[in-house]
Ligand binder design. Structure first.
Ligand code: ATP
Ligand code: MG
Length: 557
């Protein structure tokens, strides 16, 4: 979509191009139909990129349709969040945001039409009887004794169901198809059920609601959708959808199924994600560890990298599992080009340059992003007292061939600053290094080095009097298990207990002082970080988006 116009077509695009060529379709029309019962996740992002992407590519239209047939589970909060997420991903449904509940009247009329044709009937079996008659995949079902009741009677009862004459479960409307069909979905499926529940949009107007199977295909048809793209589990429903369209003689939408996205170390199921939110295993739907679009946005994943990722993995016809490292790679690739570099010291220890005059300050300059010439530069004050990272110093380091960083009598370059030589250090009573002493060589200023010295180690640093302290939320993968589709026990047993550690001692270079929520940085040698919404005037809070390299992070990494 974005770069390579000549890329090979996926199987859905191939089908569409045939339909266009043969004149079966003039304008491609797709839809993204979320049920507003939770926040969207990365799996939905795949469907969004596919449906909106195809509409864009073929100059068509993609509708947003809230599939709100289930009155008990849906909330306006989810509708708003879903819209925000789709926009953030970079897509636009234009004027075409619909709700299945807008079609309740029309769907009711369709149901009446089926009864009138003798292809639907009102049943009054108990739930137990219903199950007894339905059979099993290997054994045909049996017809209900109410199946052949007169059309007039079904019409009357259906009307009474609508007017509130029955309690939940007392009657249902069923299609009259084939109780012996090998496809269970064709064994007189339920089209309408009674639910005396208020709907978030239609209020108490209705007490009968269409099933998903009845609403879905007809909604596609009413919106004149040409290509209805579904995940594979709906393949077995397709004969029913086609049957209903034929019976009603309405616009046929062509359904094509594709494999849902499964990601390693990740759960993509709203129901399970809701369990994590409600059980307070995470801080909310937008917790940066969640695979929700709002979660990964807050974590620092970019819309562009998500689009790139879905492009890269393509569309498959068979279910599989995609390595989450591919997504993380796309994020790193994008941030590497866009995120400004800064020095961040996660575990600071003081470094005193003993031959640097007290009160003296020099300004060092560094590129904001060496990958991008136009990104400008930043200034960093260099003073007598600096912070470096504790992990960059060893009291008794191994041979200089193995350890390039600082230790007694060793030399390193302070990046964009001077070469220094360690002259000593001080321990606390507990034996912890609390100060390191060094001397700088005035002939080694970065960019103006006349010393001819060569050192292997280069360290990040921050001027102590200028350092900005921050809270750093170090996020890691939420689950320890690679394939969560293949577990027998509760998925919550597989949560990573170290998916969040909070660092409150980190210090950052002063250029970051005015950072705004949403700003993203690369802390050099450490990783990518984003300023979190929880930041306030007293304190900057950063989320670690990802480390610089692939794979698991060590504690305190
Ligand atoms: P969940 O199982 O998470 O509740 P769902 O399919 O029930 O997902 P919907 O809101 O009905 O959620 O999904 C809206 C659209 O997104 C559907 O067309 C569905 O096929 C698609 N979708 C959902 N999950 C995925 C996924 N993992 N990969 C690709 N598409 C998905
Ligand atoms: Mg669904």
């Amino acid at each position: 979509m974005e770069q390579n116009k000549k890329e090979s077509l996926n199987f859905i695009e191939q089908l569409i191009e045939v339909d266009l060529k043969e004149g079966k379709v003039q304008k491609v029309s797709t839809r993204f139909p979320p049920e507003p019962n939770g926040y969207l996740h990365i799996g939905h992002a795949k469907s969004i990129c596919l449906n909106f992407g195809i509409a864009q590519k073929y100059g068509g239209q993609c509708n947003l349709r809230f599939d709100d047939t289930n009155p008990e589970k849906e909330e306006t909060e989810y509708v708003d969040a879903i819209k925000e997420d789709i926009k953030w991903l970079g897509f636009d449904w234009g004027p075409s945001a619909y709700h299945t509940s807008d079609y309740f009247e029309q769907l009711y009329e369709f149901a009446v039409r089926l009864i009138e044709k003798g292809t639907a009937y009102v049943d009054e079996l108990s739930a137990v009887q219903f199950n007894e008659l339905k059979g099993s995949p290997t054994e045909p079902g049996k017809e209900s004794p109410f199946r052949n009741r007169p059309i007039e009677e079904s019409l009357e009862i259906f009307e009474a169901m609508k007017s509130g004459g029955f309690k939940d479960g007392e009657r249902v409307l069923r299609a009259k198809i084939d109780m012996r069909s090998p496809n269970m979905h064709m064994r007189d499926p339920i089209l309408y059920r009674i639910k005396h529940i208020k709907h978030h949009r239609t209020g108490s107007k209705w007490c009968i609601y269409p099933t998903y199977d009845f609403a879905h295909g007809q909604s596609d048809s009413m919106e004149q959708i040409t290509h209805s793209l579904c995940t594979l589990e709906f393949e077995v429903h397709r004969p029913l959808y086609d049957w209903l369209i034929r019976q009603l003689e309405i616009h046929p939408s062509k359904q094509t199924e594709f494999a849902r996205l499964n990601l390693s170390y990740t759960i993509v199921s709203k129901r399970s994600l809701r369990e994590l939110v409600e059980g307070q295993y995470v801080a909310g739907w937008d917790d940066p560890r969640m695979p929700t679009i709002s979660g990964i946005r807050r974590r620092g994943f970019t819309a562009k990298s998500i689009r790139k990722f879905t492009d890269t993995i393509g569309v498959a016809r068979r279910d599989g599992i995609t390595d989450v490292a591919l997504l993380e790679h796309a994020v790193r690739e994008d941030l590497n080009k866009t995120a400004h570099r800064i020095f961040g010291i996660m575990d600071p220890v003081k470094l005193i340059i003993t031959n640097w005059p007290e009160g003296h300050q020099e300004i060092m300059t560094a590129e904001n992003n060496p990958e991008d010439e136009n990104s400008g530069t930043r200034e960093m004050p260099f003073t007598r007292e600096l912070f470096i990272d504790r992990s960059d110093f060893m009291e008794d380091p191994p041979s200089p061939r193995k350890w390039f960083r600082l230790g007694p009598d060793r030399e390193v370059r302070l990046k964009k600053g001077y070469i220094i030589k360690c002259t000593g250090f001080k321990n606390s009573e507990k034996g912890e290094v609390i100060e390191i002493y060094a001397e700088y060589d005035p002939n080694t200023k970065s960019g103006q080095d006349t010393s001819g010295k060569k050192v292997k180690g280069t360290l990040g640093w921050v001027s102590a009097p200028h350092a900005v302290s921050a809270e750093i939320r170090m996020y890691d993968r939420l689950f320890l298990t690679e394939n969560l589709n293949k577990i027998d026990d509760d998925f919550k047993n597989h949560l990573n207990p170290d998916s969040l550690t909070i660092n409150t001692q980190a210090v950052l270079e002063p250029s970051v002082r005015d950072a705004q929520v949403g700003d993203q940085f690369q802390f050099e040698r450490i990783g990518y970080f984003r300023v979190d919404e929880d930041s306030h005037s007293e304190k900057l809070i950063f989320n670690r988006t990802l480390t610089l390299r692939d794979g698991w992070t060590k504690k305190n990494d």
